[in-house]
Write a protein that binds this ligand. Sequence first.
Ligand code: FMN
Ligand code: COI
Length: 363
Amino acid sequence: MQLPPPLETIPPEIASVEDYEALARERLPASVWAYLNGGSADELAMRANREALLRIKVLPRLLRPMQGAHTRLTLLGTELAHPVIIAPTAFHRMFHPEGELATALGAAATESPMVVSTSATHTLEDIAATSRTPLWFQLYIQPDREFTIALAQRAEAAGYKALVLTADAPLNGLRNREQRAGFSLPPGIEAVNMKGVRAFPPADRVFGSDLLDRAPVWEDIAWLRSHTSLPIILKGVLHPEDAELAIQAGASGIIVSNHGGRTLDIVPAALHALPAIVKKVAGRVPVLMDGGIRRGSDAFIAIAMGADAVLCGRPVVHGLAAAGAVGVAHVLKLLRTELEMTMALAGCRTLAEIRNASLTFAP
Ligand SMILES: Cc1cc2nc3c(=O)[nH]c(=O)nc-3n(C[C@H](O)[C@H](O)[C@H](O)COP(=O)(O)O)c2cc1C
Ligand SMILES: CC(C)CC(=O)C(=O)O
């Protein structure tokens, strides 16, 4: 697959993460862009993620001491320099020739943990060998359960620190934008870690298809736990009762997410679902959130509403498409710096102090 050369240096007028969007778009075929930036159906859930964040305002506190300010946190026993994590996104070689290896280098430059997708385009072992930051492996439980276990065990052997079990996509959402743009995977782009999986041919129906009949259920979490010692983080939780079931099933963490608005389109913004889940979980396991994080101040708001950390999806891929590892590093650096500036201007010395920040709603 031929892409125009990535930028070698970052133009000085690139001031914010969203400036990367235009640079990425120029470098990608229209159908690939539709896959990357689209949501499902009418893209209501995707837009809701942004709108929810834009409506929250922070009442800053004045004249507070800031000596020793930092963004460190400990998550599942690992100390992290900051709370911005790379969300799992599929097929990085479709956006840049070096694919996930470039993303992992960018992550290392900014001490950002990375969640590697089941549908990565480099082997999970090669990504681990390149990485210098904590890696988590995102797992889709496959209809072929034996294959799923083998994949999870490969991730454990390669040094991944957790499994992120994505539960909100037993089927792909209705990807109307992709359909209209005629998206299909370009030649040479494949989910290499899935080689050898027992294939179930695509069905022309939803109900009664093998995919749905073999879709994962709650019992699969206990089954997965019996085959791995890695902590399992459940991704895609929006209902507080599902957060409770996840904890009962032995999950070590929860990601509140609507999959960036790419699965069911009639769900709330992840941010709106967050407070009830935080209340239900009551500190028993970490609660993370993704969807619409485009500024360090968005991370601040999510943390003020109870998230322990956030994940960022599309902007990282925009950075990758525009400028490879350098672009990824720059996107993450912008988010980190903006988070620190927001904390400084709001009078919060630590992430714990953000929790007590006073929030209000935009009129
Ligand atoms: C191009 C793309 C590919 C994605 N692939 C995966 C995936 O393989 N596994 C997964 O759990 N989530 C996947 N997601 C969802 C992200 O992990 C994340 O939930 C979402 O992108 C967060 O929203 P944001 O893009 O607004 O930051 C993907 C998202 C995008 C945009
Ligand atoms: C391979 C896909 C199922 C990846 C995904 O989760 C997405 O595109 O949102």
